[in-house]
Design a protein around this ligand. Structure first.
Ligand code: DC
Length: 225
């Protein structure tokens, strides 16, 4: 068995990518890097600092912003700290306003250019499990193992609904479902780096499958690398 040095995990929102990546990174002793947090941080900054999501202005912001992901400093259920220009925004980047606008922001080519460059720098160091929408296709096409984890939109919305309920937030299942459908549509039809499996990705589906079972499927794939 040749252990892959770079593992790319892509797929739509709430398909179980992050849980899988975190467990796999733990198992391999690798860095777990969730690239979605970078697009979320840019979106949060834009919502706070600009009164518009104008492409040129948001791109300028993405080029200036300092985003850092570090080991968790607080035990409140977080897996890592997300720092935006030094400020801890770990939970703010998960708010409904960011959810509603992040697909638009992440479709801007200039924003993607700025984020992709940073992601490649981190990924090329190796020993990394990187999660996103375009890791296997654009960010790290040289990855040794590429997984595309899918699930039905109803199942994904149900998972997200349980998560927000656990955080004590009051958002209906229907609104989560419709916002997720909208994001899927924008993410998979944008011109630059749309959400799609790489030609050499292994496609898995997490509908009705536990996180442990998905992990076992991936561990079995490691043996074939
Ligand atoms: O995985 P997530 O829900 O945190 O991602 C937030 C948004 O960022 C999502 O709408 C798609 C976008 N994204 C992207 O375009 N490319 C990535 N590599 C990661 C996320």
């Amino acid at each position: 068995m040749r252990i892959p040095c770079i593992v790319a995990i892509d797929g739509p929102a709430a398909s179980g990518k992050s849980t899988l990546a975190e467990k796999l990174a733990d198992f391999l002793g690798y860095l777990y890097f969730d690239t979605g947090v970078m697009y979320r941080a840019v979106t949060l900054a834009a919502l706070r600092e600009l009164d518009t999501l104008d492409e040129a202005m948001v791109t300028g912001l993405a080029e200036r912003i300092d985003i850092d992901v570090r080991p968790p400093s607080v035990q409140d259920g977080r897996k890592y700290d997300v720092l935006m220009n030094g400020e801890d925004v770990t939970w703010q980047i998960r708010c409904p306003e960011v959810d509603a606008n992040v697909s638009q922001v992440s479709a801007y080519p200039g924003v993607r250019r700025a984020m992709t460059a940073q992601q490649r720098r981190i990924g090329q160091r190796g020993r990394v499990v990187m999660v996103g929408r375009d890791i296997g296709t654009v960010v790290l096409p040289e990855a040794d193992l590429k997984i595309y984890l899918d699930a039905s939109v109803e199942e994904r919305a149900r998972r997200r609904y349980l998560e927000v309920q656990q955080r004590g937030e009051n958002i209906s299942y229907q609104s989560i479902l419709s916002s997720m459908k909208k994001r899927d549509q924008i993410d998979s039809t944008r011109e630059v780096a749309p959400l799609r499996p790489a030609d050499d990705a292994v496609i898995l589906n997490s509908d009705g499958v536990t996180a442990e079972e998905v992990l076992e499927q991936v561990k079995a794939l490691l043996a074939d690398c």
